[in-house]
Write a protein that binds this ligand. Sequence first.
Ligand SMILES: O=P(O)(O)OC[C@H]1O[C@H](O[C@H]2O[C@H](CO)[C@@H](O)[C@H](O)[C@H]2O)[C@H](O)[C@@H](O)[C@@H]1O
Length: 247
Amino acid sequence: MYEKPILSTQSALFLDFDGTLVDLAEEPCSIQVPAFLCQLLNDINEQLSGSLAIISGRQIEVLDHFLKPLKIATAGVHGIERRCSKGLIHGVKYPKYDFLFKACIKLIEAFPSLVLEQKIMSLALHFRKAPELEKLCRDVFENAIKNKPEFTLISGKYVIEIMPNGFSKGAAILDYMKEKPFMGRTPVFIGDDLTDETGFEAVHCCNGISIKVGSGQTNAQHRFNNVAEVHKWLLLNSDFLKKKDNN
Ligand SMILES: O=P(O)(O)OC[C@H]1O[C@H](O[C@H]2O[C@H](CO)[C@@H](O)[C@H](O)[C@H]2O)[C@H](O)[C@@H](O)[C@@H]1O
């Protein structure tokens, strides 16, 4: 008997990307996407009639690049942009925030081990290669938004990020649950990071199932130890749904 929840054809599946579908790497661009992953996600998406969505902090175009040729429902930049299962992208495109960029350019020049990631409406500063610089990075970011209450600072794994208020992975999941083909299904969300906690809360509100990947404090109901366990679970569920299709 497999102890983790099993998907049914009436499930909606929401998956975080980094640390859930792919192992974390030293830099955002150095992740390795396993060869089998796109086909597996495509199969499950079909088995769930289009009710699979990636819910990520990355931009949709970056996720599309890594998951090529797959293009499924995807919420990017913590819900700032959201592609529905029919392919339409919701999301306001604001100009890139030059004031933020200016605020940290000196820092980046002084510490080349820091990585600055500019997204459509947010800026992320990665200190994975220099964890001792976390406090300095935080001070610079906090100072940059000191008089800008419309912005918020969020934290992830060796990264801090400034983004506009009012967006979260949880809000993105709730938006999906209001529209077809997700509506009326039982949501399952799998994620590994602090920013995934709002997603766990969202699925709890819809009587759904939450699964945390890795160690650390969480409100999720279940846990996988690592990305390999997520892959194993996805393969098992895809086989299970395939058998259901054939009955
Ligand atoms: O919501 P996710 O799909 O999990 O995205 C969260 C952030 O992931 C990326 O950063 C993280 O992964 C990098 C590659 O493994 C790693 O180097 C970094 O330390 C992690 O924080 C991505 O670069 C961010 O934009 C996402 O917000």
